[in-house]
Design a protein around this ligand. Structure first.
Ligand code: SAH
Length: 251
């Protein structure tokens, strides 16, 4: 491997939580890293593979994103300019609601080379670990990834949210409003919905309901962030295919 005077940044997906779900490439890079900059939704157990690296926690506080993202960009550039091999570790996949674009812009501006290592995104992993295939030949042939914030924007609703499977990230705080918008857009109130909290962790919890009932079920069961919300007929398949959580495994 050539030695880079300027260092290099590896934008690595850590996967959704279960340490076994990081890629082989991601783990190799952690083992070689000199600096690791990681987010709040990264399972810290994964850091065991980088005992030699200097660790930087870059968790963001709600409401203060812009400033802190600038600090992260600065830190990435600074560490790479020390000539280091820098792993920027992000929960799930770095390119799915991961603000990786802003970081690559900063790296481009500083002339620092980078590599993207995809990861298993929470929407896919959470669905799988809840026993819900996001597509099914007889039920759904499209999947839409959406954030709670976008679901609030009626312009982005369109036909995308009226058919197929919807996987909603960061949607717990705005769930009531989101349900209202989906109903207004034409989704039926008895559309199946599943919510998966702490997907792929040992303490994963999933609840099921319909668009009409899911908000009160989540409140009652104290299901909050971090969770993904799966809307569509496939959510019903959990009754048949749940395999991960002890209390939901069919006998
Ligand atoms: N890049 C990440 C997403 C970051 S946005 C990825 O690809 O997974 C943060 C949102 O992701 C959270 O609000 C939540 O909706 C979802 N999320 C991340 N990890 C999760 C987990 N282990 N279980 C459930 N949802 C998770």
């Amino acid at each position: 491997m050539s030695s880079d005077a300027s260092g290099k940044v590896y934008l690595v997906g850590a996967g959704p939580g279960d340490p076994g779900l990081i890629t082989v490439r991601g783990k190799e890079l952690l083992e070689q890293a000199e600096a690791v900059i990681y987010d709040s939704l990264v399972n810290e157990a994964i850091l065991q593979w980088a005992p030699q690296a200097e660790l930087f926690y870059a968790g963001k506080r709600a409401g203060n994103h812009a400033l802190i993202q600038d600090d992260i960009n600065h830190l990435l550039v600074e560490q790479a300019q020390l000539g280091r091999k820098v792993v920027r570790l992000k929960g799930g996949d770095p390119c799915v609601f991961g603000r990786v674009g802003e970081e690559m812009t900063a790296l481009n501006a500083a002339g620092i080379p980078y590599e993207i290592v995809p990861g298993v995104t929470a929407g896919i992993a959470g669905s799988a670990y809840a026993g819900i295939p996001v597509t099914h030949r007889h039920m759904s042939s499209t999947v839409t990834f959406i954030t709670g914030r976008e679901a609030m924007d009626s312009r982005s609703l369109g036909t995308l949210v009226t058919e197929g499977t919807l996987v909603i990230y960061m949607g717990m705080k705005t769930m009531d409003e989101m349900v209202e918008k989906l109903l207004a857009a034409g989704r039926s109130s008895d559309s199946p919905v599943a919510v998966v909290q702490w997907a792929t962790y040992e303490h994963q919890r999933t609840v099921s309901g319909t668009l009409a009932t899911i908000a009160s079920i989540c409140a009652q069961e104290h299901i909050a962030s971090p969770s993904i919300i799966i809307v569509g007929d496939v959510a019903r398949l959990r009754d048949e295919f749940a395999w991960f959580e002890d209390d939901s495994t069919p006998s």
